[in-house]
Design a binder for this molecule. Structure first.
Ligand code: KG4
Ligand code: ZN
Length: 343
C-alpha cells in the first residue's frame, strides 16, 4: 500500500516542472542542487508567436522521461535513492501540467515516496534557497514573471505576506505585449532586452505609481498604451520610430518601479535581505539596477542565476523541500489547476 514514508533530514528530492513550454527535471539533496535539466519547446512555439497549449503538452510527453533520466544521471542518483517527488500542479496550462503531474504520481507511487504538489509561483520564490545555502527568513522578494508581479515579505519558511502587486498586467506580460508592438518574435522579454541593448532610454514613458514610493502597487496598462501611442503617432507623421530606443525606454519605465519599491519595502520593514525570482528577474537591466540599489541601501541581495529565474525544476524541488519539512504531502487524487492564488 502507498504510504508510511521514511522521513529524512536532508532528503533527495526530484523536482518536475511542465507548466508552460519547459519540460524540466532537477535533483536536490537537502539544499544542495545536484542537477537541473531543461528541455524547451520555445523554438517550436515561436513559429506561432506564442505558446500553443497542445504543442506544449505533446512536447512534454515526448521529453519528460528523457529529462528525468538526464537529471538523475547528472546527479549520479538512482531511482531508488529518491526520497520524494515534487511536481508543479499549477498554475499553468492544464494539459501541460497533467503530463508532469501524472508522471510524478506514477513515480512516487512506484517508489513509495511522498508526492509533493508545488505551486509554481512559490517555486519561483524558493529558487533563492538553492543559490545561497545560508539564506533564511525574514527577507523581501521581488517576484516578476509572466503572470505575477508582487513584493513579498517571507517571515518563516512557510509564511509570507504579500506587500503589493499589480493592478492590471504582470511585468512579464507587459514585456511580451511590447515585444509584439515592436514586431519582435516569441519569447518577448529576452528579445526586448536584446533590442534595448542598442537603444537609448530617453523617451519619457510613464513609470507607474513611482511618485508614491511607499505604495507597493504596480500598473502596466498605462505604460503599454503609452508605447502604442508613441508608435502610432510616429507612424501617422510618417516618421520612423527608433525601435531600440523604444525598447530601452520601455524597459527602464517597467523596471525602475520594481527595483525602487522592493528596496523601499525592505527598508521600511528593516529587513536586511532581498531576493528575486520569476522570468523578469533574468532581465539584465533589472539585475544591474537591483544590485546597485541594494548595495547603496546596504541590503544583501540573493539573486538566483538567470536560468533559475525563468522556469526550471530546481526551484520546484526547493519548494518541495520546504513542504517536505512541513509534512505537506499530496494525495494521489490531486489534480492540476490552471490558476491558484499565491497564498
Ligand atoms: O517565470 P517565467 O519563466 O514563467 C512564468 O511563470 O510566467 O516568466 C516568463 C516571463 C515572460 O513574460 C518573459 O517575457 C519574461 O518572463 N522574461 C523576461 C526576460 N526573460 C523572461 N522579461 C524581461 N527580460 C528578460 N530577459
Ligand atoms: Zn514561471
Amino acid at each position: 500500500m502507498y504510504g508510511n514514508f521514511t522521513i529524512k533530514q536532508n532528503p533527495v528530492i526530484l523536482g518536475i516542472e511542465s507548466s508552460c513550454d519547459e519540460t524540466a527535471a532537477a535533483v536536490i539533496r537537502g539544499r544542495t542542487l545536484l542537477s537541473s535539466v531543461i528541455f524547451s519547446s520555445a523554438a517550436e512555439q515561436a513559429k506561432y508567436g506564442g505558446v500553443v497549449p497542445e504543442i506544449a503538452s505533446r512536447a512534454h510527453t515526448d521529453a519528460i522521461d528523457e529529462a528525468v533520466k538526464a537529471a538523475l544521471k547528472k546527479a549520479d542518483i538512482a531511482f531508488n535513492d529518491i526520497d520524494a517527488v515534487a511536481v508543479t500542479y499549477g498554475a499553468g496550462l492544464l494539459g501541460a501540467l497533467l503530463v508532469g503531474l501524472s508522471f510524478a504520481k506514477a513515480l512516487a507511487y512506484t517508489l513509495n515516496v511522498p508526492l509533493i504538489a508545488v505551486n509554481h509561483i512559490r517555486g519561483h520564490l524558493a529558487a533563492a534557497y538553492l543559490c545561497d545555502s545560508k539564506l533564511k527568513p525574514p527577507y523581501v522578494t521581488l517576484l516578476a514573471s509572466g503572470g505575477h508581479t508582487a513584493i513579498l515579505h517571507t517571515k518563516t519558511y512557510t509564511e509570507f505576506e504579500i506587500l503589493g502587486g499589480t493592478s492590471d498586467d504582470a511585468a512579464g506580460e507587459a514585456f511580451d505585449k511590447v515585444a509584439r508592438i515592436l514586431g519582435l518574435p516569441y519569447p518577448g522579454g529576452p528579445n526586448v532586452q536584446k533590442l534595448a541593448e542598442s537603444g537609448k532610454a530617453e523617451i519619457a514613458f510613464p513609470r507607474a505609481l513611482v511618485k508614491n514610493v511607499s505604495k507597493m502597487q504596480f500598473s502596466y496598462s498605462g505604460l503599454k498604451t503609452a508605447v502604442i501611442n508613441y508608435c502610432h503617432n510616429a507612424e501617422q507623421k510618417g516618421e520612423q520610430v527608433n525601435r531600440a530606443d523604444v525598447a530601452a525606454s520601455f524597459q527602464r519605465a517597467a523596471i525602475d518601479p520594481l527595483v525602487l519599491k522592493t528596496v523601499e519595502s525592505a527598508k521600511m520593514l528593516g529587513v536586511k535581505t532581498v531576493t528575486a525570482g520569476g522570468g523578469v528577474a533574468a532581465n539584465g537591466y533589472l539585475r544591474d539596477s537591483l544590485t546597485k540599489a541594494c548595495k547603496e541601501a546596504n541590503i544583501k541581495l540573493i539573486l538566483p542565476e538567470k536560468v533559475y529565474c525563468t522556469d526550471n525544476a530546481a526551484m520546484i524541488a526547493a519548494e518541495g523541500l520546504i513542504q517536505y519539512r512541513a509534512g505537506n504531502f499530496a494525495a494521489m487524487d490531486i489534480n492540476a489547476s490552471a490558476s491558484i492564488p499565491l497564498k
